[in-house]
Ligand binder design. Structure first.
Ligand SMILES: Cc1ncc(C[n+]2csc(CCOP(=O)(O)OP(=O)(O)O)c2C)c(N)n1
Ligand SMILES: [Mg+2]
Length: 361
């Protein structure tokens, strides 16, 4: 496995509890790469997914400057390999819980650019009906349980989803994305402890981009080896090169297969970097240009294209095809968002309270 450094699997301190035997988990993991898809085709697909996120967000920057998109916008540019790589290991039955930096998570999950863009515009056709905006993308039909403005706020929700799946005997995994900033929150530590104690089918995907807003990890934490800290809760935890989509995919498949076979939560520290400021409002004065440039040298898009070239794969042809396809997709998404209706005023109290007193299904 091409990890940033040797994989450090720390065994759970307690023996893993056996998974409940269901018809599905007796069939073994369902996350093996499709046998009929060649490695070259797979890499081309990865490239397409990376570029979809990159170009989508670049367009968002333009639209934000034109005041078409408002409010908080947190860009994922530079970190795309994390969302794309992890998504390779998940099936449509698995669940994803995200953060406010979630455009990439949503697009990698297969939510259409059109639905995400309409949400950015706050239009009724958006994936959250225009009520969420950039930070609250949501699509229950894809088991994408949202972005959230609260640092570490998704973690207990993810543990709840994983617990529900386990209690129902369903061999599903819940993947929770969160930033390095979550290590400063009790919710991370409580979730990690309970997930390990209860052997929950949870993938803890920590996007360590070295900063929590303007605070460098090294200024805030005495111990910056996050995988090591997670391992102390008694779960396998590895650091992964989060700028290398294939390394992320490989580590994620390994973790998800472990989770499906009943060995409980796994933690991945995805070492990555955001090329842009924390949000559109951030003047980005807390880090040097040289540092940003050094990380840009490891751009996950270029890295993958280099690997394709090394393998003699037709990068330029693929790139031209992908760029054209994505440009059309995003043009169409913007056009549709422009034309889409606002939610009618009479609907504003919808979903605020529920008349139902029965259990939520
Ligand atoms: C509970 C809570 N405390 C503080 C904030 C303010 N805040 C917004 S983003 C952020 C930094 C989070 O950094 P990290 O988790 O590393 O995510 P990144 O932005 O780097 O992806 C903070 C402290 C918040 N949203 N929620
Ligand atoms: Mg961070």
């Amino acid at each position: 496995m091409s990890l940033a450094r040797p994989a450090r699997t720390r065994k759970a301190t307690a023996a893993p509890k056996p998974a409940k035997k269901t018809a599905r988990n007796r069939q073994g993991p369902r996350t093996a790469p499709p046998a009929d898809r060649s490695a070259a085709q797979h890499r081309a697909n990865l490239l397409e997914s990376l570029l979809r996120i990159r170009r989508f967000e670049e367009r968002c920057v333009e639209l934000y400057s034109a005041a078409k998109i408002r409010g908080f916008v947190h860009l994922y540019i530079g970190e795309e390999a994390v969302a794309v790589g992890i998504n390779q290991a998940l099936t449509s039955e698995d669940a994803v819980v995200s953060t406010y930096r979630e455009h990439g998570h949503a697009l990698a999950r297969g939510i259409a650019a059109e639905a995400v863009m309409a949400e950015m515009y706050g239009k009724a056709t958006g994936c959250s009906g225009g009520r969420g905006g950039s930070m609250h993308l949501f699509d229950a039909s894809r088991r994408f349980y949202g972005g959230s403005a609260i640092v570490a706020g998704g973690l207990p929700l993810a543990a709840g989803l994983a617990l529900a799946d386990r209690m129902r005997g369903q061999n599903r995994v819940t993947c929770c994305f969160f930033g390095d900033g979550a290590f400063a929150e009790g919710e991370f530590h409580e979730t990690a402890n309970l997930a390990a104690l209860w052997n929950l089918p949870l993938l803890l995907a920590c996007e360590n981009n070295l900063y929590a807003m303007g605070t460098a990890l090294t200024r805030e934490h005495a111990q910056t080896d996050l995988a090591m800290r997670a391992a102390s809760y008694g779960m396998p935890a590895w650091a992964v090169d989060g700028m290398d989509v294939e390394a992320v995919e490989q580590a994620s498949r390994r973790a998800v297969e472990g989770i499906r076979t009943g060995t409980g939560p796994h933690f991945l520290e995805l070492r990555t970097y955001r090329f842009r400021a924390h949000s559109m409002y951030d003047p980005d004065r807390y880090r040097g240009k040289a540092e940003i440039e050094q990380w840009k040298d490891r751009d996950p898009v270029n890295r993958l294209m280099e690997r394709m070239r090394e393998n003699g794969e037709p990068v330029d042809e693929e790139l031209a095809r992908i760029e054209q396809k994505i440009t059309e997709e995003i043009d169409h998404a913007v056009e549709a968002a422009e034309k889409a209706p606002e939610e009618p005023v009479e609907n504003l109290l919808r979903h605020v309270t529920s008349a139902s007193t029965g259990p939520v299904s």
